[in-house]
Design a protein around this ligand. Sequence first.
Ligand SMILES: [Mg+2]
Ligand SMILES: [Zn+2]
Length: 198
Amino acid sequence: MTRAPGRPAVFLDRDGTINDDVGYLTDLASLEIYPYAPDAIRLLRRAGFAIIVVTNQGGIARGLMTEAFVQDTHRRMAARLERAGAVIDDWFYCPHHPESVVPGLATPCVCRKPGIAMPLEAAARHGLDLERSWVIGDHWRDVQMGHAAGMRAVLLRTGHGLDQEAARASEQRVEAICDNLMAATAFVLEESRRVFGA
Ligand SMILES: [Mg+2]
Ligand SMILES: [Zn+2]
């Protein structure tokens, strides 16, 4: 039986990757999308990648924000990005946290990164080929999620990335460490051409 090849995707972390990491984002006034983010997303999508945001939003479990606020944030981010020509194909968030104060939202869960439930669900919903896909984020847990799901990964130096880079475990591997999402985009496009001839 042959299986139709799926579309490759780039899974983007949210805070510290697309927008400035301000700690728990609880006020839309402090939402700052990095100036290069729309162009980076547009370039990746033009190259044929689906763009999927995967974000841990444990502030929901900690009672710092509601699920409706997170959904509203994503609607507004999507609108701002689309005005700049950048389309996000889908958004996934994990509402759970180890220090949950909200019933039903304690960890362990399958979705909190480095868990792989979010990319697996996205792959099923959008017909994605994870073997040709990437994750880009500012935490090792983003990289670990990517590798556990059979993807390649880039760690960024924006957000918490510099601290993460400094705290690298000796066994931690990653395809590249890049200064920001635009640099990572250049690497992903180049490396995908080299590896997959895309
Ligand atoms: Mg992040
Ligand atoms: Zn979760």
